[in-house]
Write a protein that binds this ligand. Structure first.
Ligand code: PLP
Length: 376
């Protein structure tokens, strides 16, 4: 007999929106009345506030997280013949931008616990063709940036940090987007609505410690223009609009409360899943680091059975990600084979992301865990 359980969506932003609705409508009225729709004072203020929040010298708003990564690569002049070391366990955009600039993604296996790049293997894959390191804070779990930046310093390689899922995560005392390396550094953020800091459309941001890189990014996001109608580079149109920027400024003021909410929900899951046959996400060993739980992802051997059971009860879940990037058809020509990166290949068969958002209730977490218990 099927037990009765309330449905739980994978993500529910309705309550957050209800709290922000009046302010959001004000933003629309104010922007409409101002006549400034793109790259105006709200964008400039957001850039200053994000730079200050993450501890960067400058921030440059762009149209998406994907553009934040691609323009970062281009600002370092990375292109054909260059290799960029990254993780095979991430959303495709991370590697797509490497290919888009004409460089080659080099995939290195992950650490089974954090799901992030195995830094010992990164060191082993650095060659004379390597032009940058591109770590990802997957699900909001911070990469050990102290170790990664030390690798960068030893080999004089720029770091492009994919912080799309890691807004507000710390590695040691430095926030994502606020690290330093001598060879050049950018942090790339996505403001896609599901992210820790999300807007009501697409948006992104690059942070950096170098004003010259920031100037290059400002130019690239706006058709390579260094002054109105003066172009000295091939850029693109990757500009953030005022309405999204103004909303993001409102949400930035609430982001620490939102992260605290995510950590509270993650704690409930940890407790309620403790006796079940699943592996809960680990926390960084370094107590000064912070996981921000953009996603709460468990490992479970009978994943497809558990997923089917959650679906039967209308409980949202997602497999992030079902196939590692080195085995995606688009990367066929790179020549990777099944078995080349065994840790990520096994993870892709076992991971299951559960519903999480800042004001998810304890009752909803309990419902999700009850459904998992029924399946296992
Ligand atoms: C790890 C990672 N990198 C890059 C991106 C791309 O960001 P956007 O969707 O804003 O272009 C995403 C978005 O899902 C992501 O999760």
């Amino acid at each position: 007999m099927t037990q009765r359980l309330e449905s739980v969506p994978f993500l529910d932003l309705a309550k957050e929106y209800a709290g922000l609705e009046e302010a959001w409508l004000d933003v629309i009225r104010h922007t409409g009345g101002s006549g400034r729709f793109i790259l105006g004072p709200e964008v400039t203020a957001l850039e200053e506030e994000v730079a200050s929040y993450v501890g960067a010298v400058a921030a440059v708003a762009v149209a998406s997280g994907t553009d934040a990564l691609e323009l970062s690569l281009r600002s370092f002049g990375i292109g054909p013949g260059d290799e960029v070391i990254t993780t095979p366990f991430t959303f495709y955009a991370t590697a797509e931008v490497i290919t888009r600039v004409g460089a080659t993604p080099v995939f290195v296996d992950i650490d089974a616990h954090s799901f992030n790049l195995d830094l010992a293997q990164v060191a082993a894959r650095i060659t004379p063709q390597t032009r940058a390191l591109l770590p990802v804070h997957l699900f909001g779990y911070p990469v050990d940036m102290k170790k990664l930046c030390a690798l960068s310093d030893t080999h004089n390689l720029p770091v492009i940090e994919d912080a799309a899922q890691g807004f507000g995560c710390f590695s040691g005392t430095d926030k994502a987007g606020g690290h330093h390396v001598a060879a050049g550094y950018t942090g790339a953020f996505s403001f896609y609505p599901t992210k820790v800091l999300g807007c009501y459309g697409d948006g992104g941001m690059v942070t950096t410690q170098d004003e010259k890189i920031a100037d290059q990014l400002r130019k690239l996001r706006n058709h390579g223009a260094y002054a109105p109608f003066q172009h000295d580079a091939v850029g693109c149109n990757s500009r953030l609009d005022e309405i999204q920027a103004a909303l993001l400024r409102l949400k930035l003021r609430l982001v620490e409360t939102a992260i605290a909410g995510r950590l509270r929900v993650a704690g409930w899951y940890d407790q309620m899943l403790a006796d079940l046959d699943v592996v809960c996400p680990v926390r960084p060993q370094d107590k000064t680091s912070r996981h921000v739980f953009n996603l709460y992802t468990i490992r479970v051997k009978n994943r497809d059975l558990v997923r089917a059971c959650l679906q039967r009860y209308s409980i949202g879940c997602n497999v992030c990600y079902p196939q590692p990037l080195h085995l995606q058809p688009v990367h066929r020509e790179l020549g990777y084979q099944v078995g080349d990166l065994p840790v990520v290949e096994q993870a892709c068969g076992e991971v299951l992301s559960l519903p999480i958002w800042p004001d998810m209730s304890e009752q909803q977490v309990s419902t999700v865990c009850s459904a998992i218990a029924l399946a296992s």
